[in-house]
Design a protein around this ligand. Structure first.
Ligand code: ZN
Length: 172
């Protein structure tokens, strides 16, 4: 089932999400729905709050990992910096160069509640940071300076007014 993606202005995007404590069939069904929603969007990552669920979980697929699930992520060992265009399904359309660690470790729990960790580089590192931000009530525009934020909002207005087409690049 495709879920409704919450967009900028929805308060759930600004709430710190609660840790996941129950692992079972309903979580697996949520995973299936979130992956279906992410693929349809299309996007490379989708966090709980983006579908109105204030839980510390996200799904992702950087094109190499296949669809994956991560609950209660903890980021560590961030190194380097990459400044690349970033977008968000909750701010549909605009992109802006956003600084992120080039490589980062993400530890969390899988669908069965078992701990695992992944080392992300490039796009995968960006996804881990973008999605974990969502769980803290943060959006990528919060990582930009005033000029960057104004540019994103101007792009958004142009798209909403039909003056510009959203770019067809996958969003996080
Ligand atoms: Zn996002």
């Amino acid at each position: 089932m495709i879920l409704r993606i919450r967009t900028l202005g929805d308060p759930v995007l600004r709430e710190p999400a609660r840790p996941v404590t129950e692992f079972g069939p309903s979580l697996r069904s949520l995973f299936d729905d979130m992956v279906e929603t992410m693929v349809a969007a299309p996007g490379v990552g989708l966090a709980g709050p983006q579908v109105g669920i204030s839980s510390r979980l996200f799904v992702f697929d950087d094109g190499e990992t296949g669809p994956m699930f991560m609950a209660n992520p903890e980021l560590s060992d961030g190194v380097g910096e990459l400044l690349e265009d970033e977008g968000c399904l909750s701010i549909p359309g605009p992109y802006h160069a956003t600084p992120r660690f080039a490589r980062i470790r993400c530890r969390g729990l899988d669908l069965d509640g078992n701990p695992f960790e992944m080392l992300g580089e490039g796009l995968l590192a960006r996804i881990f940071q973008h999605e974990t931000d969502h769980l803290d009530g943060m959006l990528y525009v919060d990582r930009l300076d005033d000029e960057g934020r104004r540019d994103v909002m101007a792009q958004l207005r142009r798209i909403e007014m039909g003056i510009a087409e959203p770019r067809a690049t996958p969003e996080d």
